[in-house]
Ligand binder design. Sequence first.
Ligand code: RIB
Length: 291
Amino acid sequence: MITVIGSMNMDLVVDTNRVPENGETILGKDFYTFPGGKGANQAVAAARLGGNVHMVACVGNDVFGTELTRNLQEQGVDTANVSYSSEKSTGIANIILSENDNRIIVVPGANYELRPSMIEGLRDMIKMSNVVVMQLEILPETVKAVLKICDELNIPVVMDPAPAEFFDRDMISGIQYITPNQYECEQLFGVQMDEALEMYPNQLIVTLGKDGVRYFDGEKHIHIEAIRTNAIDTTGAGDTFNGAFAYAISHQYALYDAVRFANAASSLSVEKLGAQTGMPTKAEVEARLAL
Ligand code: RIB
């Protein structure tokens, strides 16, 4: 069982040829709403691969909250531990797609209503998990409360440390696998990527977008090349990597195989618009790996 403790957002996506300057108004090309949030995205990525996934999150008592919860249920994710806040509205992400990249502003809203005091009640559920998956779009204190219980119960944690500004170096000892991108890695550890990789062998796995993935196995640097693909929207590629990686780890894949599997899953995810739309099934990942 995979337990994801994290955010659920409605993604409000604007597709535009260029980003406006300060004080300028321009016309965009398209507007979409998509289910998102790093937590929910990673839950869906693991569920679509066939994982038994439980989501722990908080949404607002509003239309977006209901829609996001229903979306998770349709994807086969257990939502018994998704709670509703009457104080805050559902988290949103304002996403600008432009020039084959994205810029994202997240407003956490109800995601910050998932309080540390609510975590003790999840102890039994955490105990039954093969892996707990987290990111940093919920309160850092809540993340730390989860890490403490996982440490006591000896449950492995996979963490995508994004947004990186909320990472606290104290967290690292409670995390079995941490999966930043290169920018986040340098922000987190304050040194060049290869130096950071050597500090955390078989624990720090850095995703490099179109350049693949790297980690250090204790003796040598392992580089897995990205699989070439026609990228339409890279939003959620890192989430697909993390969800697929957690799926593989919870199914006892060796580290190299888990990274390779997640790398292939994320290459498929960017072929469709929206964070979750392109997340692949296991058969699709295996077909890509066989190419
Ligand atoms: O990682 C992509 C996600 O980041 C988006 O779905 C958005 O909601 C933000 O949380």
